[in-house]
Design a binder for this molecule. Structure first.
Ligand SMILES: NC(=O)c1ccc[n+]([C@@H]2O[C@H](COP(=O)([O-])OP(=O)(O)OC[C@H]3O[C@@H](n4cnc5c(N)ncnc54)[C@H](OP(=O)(O)O)[C@@H]3O)[C@@H](O)[C@H]2O)c1
Length: 285
């Protein structure tokens, strides 16, 4: 018997890095795991690895590109058709881009994928989470949010005036925490909790797949010197997904599997409410 027997977990970006290790750990613990991949071949490779390492056959991969609202809607429909319950949603996928690009729907890609895509996905799966309560939403944010010292730029959320990779990434991770806090407030009383986390500095492919340009060497060198392996990097996501001590904890930010104080900017309830309203408008436009 595993601690996650009978539970269904949905993980975005489970074909690599922290998400893949989260999938292995939760599948090993008895959960049915649905993870996503943008690329079919990478998804199939990860599926073989996750089923092999977890010795579980209750693992599925589905296509999802968070840079496309249409793909998010199609994925949500598939998930809702495939499972009567969602006990845990792990919003894990994320990226950092050296050059400013736009998603299919015209959003700056870092903000669009890391925040807006997950905002829409969570909304589409919300009712099923509530029906499955007690349930959890787990958001993989980052301590990088502390570098967003002036908070979100509500006049330029899409970084059209000035684009710089790391500050834009830091603001997207600040948006992850603000979103989680507002979600926790809105889910109060439903039995669904929402917590965000920092996974640690993890030796994944993050920032090293060529998309981060000049920062690529930095992530590579830093990873070799300081980073923890992806298995260890998944520990806080796994803790947030299943640990009994968190049953009634919501709106928290976790680091090293402990509740941690996020930056003052990340605890700004007005900014969280404002971001929510704008995000709602953007994904429904
Ligand atoms: N690594 C760190 O040190 C670190 C530190 C703090 C926070 N984080 C956060 O941890 C999370 C996981 O990162 P990681 O370190 O595991 O990096 P990773 O190895 O690069 O994995 C990122 C995952 O996100 C997926 N993804 C990227 N863009 C996507 C899109 N448009 N639609 C759907 N999925 C997409 C990737 O899929 P593809 O294979 O298709 O690219 C991959 O599965 C991210 O949210 C990141 O911000 C990481």
């Amino acid at each position: 018997m595993g601690a996650m027997d009978g539970r269904t977990v949905v993980i975005t970006g489970g074909n690599a890095g922290i998400g893949k290790e989260t999938a292995v750990a939760l599948a090993r613990d008895g959960a049915r795991v649905i993870f996503t991949s943008r690329d079919a071949a990478r998804g199939a490779d990860a599926l073989a690895e996750i089923t092999g390492r977890s010795a579980s056959t209750a693992v599925e991969v589905m296509p999802l590109d968070l840079a496309s609202l249409a793909s998010i809607r199609t994925f949500a429909e598939r998930v809702l058709a495939a499972t009567d319950r969602i006990d845990v949603l792990v919003n894990n996928a994320g990226l950092l881009l050296q050059q400013r690009t736009e998603t299919e729907d015209g959003f700056e890609t870092t903000f669009g994928v890391n925040h807006l895509g997950h905002f829409l996905l969570t909304d589409l799966l919300r009712d099923r989470l509530v029906a499955s309560a007690p349930a959890r939403v787990v958001v993989v944010a980052s301590n990088a949010h502390t570098f967003a010292r002036t908070g979100l730029d509500f006049d330029d959320l899409q970084a059209t005036h000035r684009y710089s990779a790391f500050p834009v990434y830091a603001r997207s991770k600040l948006a992850n925490i603000l979103f989680t806090d507002e979600l926790a407030r809105r889910l109060a009383g439903t039995g669904v909790t929402a917590n965000s986390l920092h996974p640690g500095y993890v030796d994944s492919r993050f920032g090293r797949d060529g998309d981060s340009g000049r920062l690529d060497w930095f992530f590579g060198l830093g990873a070799r010197l300081f980073a923890i392996p992806p298995e260890a990097g998944a520990a806080t996501s796994v803790f947030a997904s299943r640990d009994a001590s968190l049953a009634d904890v919501t709106g928290a930010y976790l680091v090293k599997s402990r509740v941690h104080r996020a930056s003052a900017r990340a605890r700004d309830a007005d900014a969280a409410a404002r971001l929510w309203e704008i995000s709602e408008r953007l994904v429904s436009a």
